[in-house]
Design a binder for this molecule. Structure first.
Ligand SMILES: [Zn+2]
Length: 487
């Protein structure tokens, strides 16, 4: 009886194993300022005209849908092979009528559930291209390494299959997203035309993400694209799975300026109890609430969580800040308007948001302090640029951390030998991002130069070919709430 009982247990064990797997002075931004973004697009238009390349957006491939699951063959093979009846038959020279002692060894109970859980976690790491981390994670388990041999080999093969990427980098940018299109396009407050041209809506941004994913784009960190060798900035090799293309996303003016607050945008960024970056949004009742789809950052964070394969090793994007009206919606540069206690609170929040952003894969960039027109006209003098950048370093970098990325206001660029460019390099900026539709990347001794394409109403409605040429068909995403735009 005793033996039968054990044998039964073993059978159940086996079944389980197999079955379970199945500004001089900071300047108030006006409508004119927004309109002057037109410069960015004019410049972009010029550069498109010269373009002769005929590359087309690659045909869609189905999104990767590999589900976290354990292969039935992974673990148990070596450990459950002993069949008590066979064992008896093979070893018996004397017939034993009823073996009363258990056959040796085969009693190990395999912790199937634990193995599956660990493999599921490792699979998420590997899907996000953290291959070494996935392997170390399994190896660190107290369970026998042989359970994971096959999985580890799979991750090693995926890592070995990365290839050097030789194509272009794709850099697109947005401003803070329009949440409420009724408010944005009602022509009360700021003009509907300005928002229609330079802004993107939440629904559009959400619709773009699966298209990027289907078209084989993968988020890549701009700071991994260059390195300083012998004092010179040089291109750094990019390794991606075959067919994948690096995508850089930036968001300009993440300051939640006063003039936008009643026009259907978020009020500010915040960090929730779990350390996630969230948006604070005013509801119809006027009360503030926490949301996770009030701007690019939390939306992208959630999308990457659902699709780890969309982000190479946790890369997200770049948040570009001016100093005009503080940072992330906290007025840390307006000490005259608030008490010291309130200002201290703003500063603490700014640090908290910046830390949470960086920890979740975001970079922070300087977008000038003043965003003054003298940038737009390129009339900015050495004295003005020094004033502007030094204020950003003192009043913004102090709380959000130093950065080597500068995203110029109005998309302006300076030539390499311009003393203003040399000044920016001397301030530690080695990544320089203006605006131009072809998204070219070039290297100079002191900096990497990378053009960005604006994915806003103007490009989607007036120059859709700039998007369809490289990325996706913008007609698939345009928000119906947009007013018509004259061509
Ligand atoms: Zn700007």
């Amino acid at each position: 009886m005793k033996h039968k009982h054990k044998f039964l247990l073993l059978c159940i064990g086996l079944m389980l194993c197999l079955g379970l797997y199945a500004c001089e002075e900071p300047k108030v931004l006006t409508a004119d300022d927004l309109t002057s973004y037109a410069w960015e697009t004019t410049a972009a238009a010029t550069s498109t005209a010269v373009e002769t390349e005929t590359s087309v957006v690659e045909p869609s491939k189905p999104a990767q849908t590999s589900v976290v699951s354990a292969e039935p063959t992974t673990a148990p093979e070596n450990t459950v092979a002993v069949d008590p009846t066979t064992a008896v038959a093979q070893t018996s020279t004397v017939i034993i009528e009823e073996p009363t002692t258990a056959p040796a060894e085969p009693q190990e109970i395999i912790p199937t559930e634990e193995i599956n859980t660990l493999i599921a976690e490792a699979d998420i790491l590997a899907k996000g291209y953290f291959y070494d981390e996935a392997i170390s994670f399994l190896q660190a388990s107290e369970l026998k390494e042989e359970y994971f041999t096959e999985k580890i080999a799979e991750y090693e093969a995926q890592k070995a299959a990365l290839v050097k990427y030789e194509g272009k980098a794709y850099h697109v940018f947005f401003h803070s997203l329009i949440i409420d299109t009724d408010l944005a396009f009602d022509n009360k407050g700021h003009s509907a035309d300005g928002y229609n041209m330079w802004m993107t809506t939440v629904s559009e941004f959400k619709a773009m993400l699966p298209l990027f994913l289907e078209n084989d784009f993968v988020l890549y960190d701009i700071t991994w694209m260059s390195e300083i060798v012998d004092g010179k900035v040089q291109a750094k090799d990019i390794y991606l799975p075959e067919g994948k293309k690096p995508l850089i996303i930036s968001i300009d003016d993440v300051n939640y300026y006063d003039y936008m607050k009643s026009d259907g945008f978020a009020q500010r960024l915040d960090v929730d109890a779990d350390g996630r970056v969230c948006t604070i949004v005013k509801g119809n009742d006027g009360k503030e609430q926490i949301t996770y789809d009030g701007d690019v950052m939390p939306i992208l964070d959630s999308f990457v969580e659902e699709h780890p394969e969309f982000s190479f090793r946790g890369a997200k994007g770049i948040v570009a800040l001016t100093g005009y009206q503080g940072a992330f919606g906290y007025r840390i540069t307006d000490p005259d308007d608030y008490s010291k206690e309130v200002m201290d609170g703003f500063k603490a929040k700014t640090v908290e948001v910046a830390t949470a952003l960086r920890e979740s894969g975001w970079q922070i960039a300087c977008h000038s302090y003043t965003h003054n027109q003298y940038w737009n006209t390129k009339a900015i003098t050495m004295k003005q640029i020094k004033y502007d950048i030094s204020r950003w370093q003192s009043y913004i970098a102090e709380y959000v951390g130093k950065t080597n990325i500068i995203i110029t206001p109005f998309g302006v660029s300076f030539s390499e030998d311009d003393e203003r460019m040399q000044y920016l390099i001397s301030e530690g900026f080695t990544i320089f991002c203006p605006v131009a539709a072809n998204m070219n990347t070039k290297f100079y001794d002191g900096y990497m130069y990378q053009e960005r394409l604006n994915l806003d109403g103007l490009t989607m409605l007036r120059y859709p070919e700039r998007i369809s040429k490289y990325l996706f068909d913008p007609a698939l995403v345009v928000d119906e709430a947009r007013p018509p735009m004259e061509k």
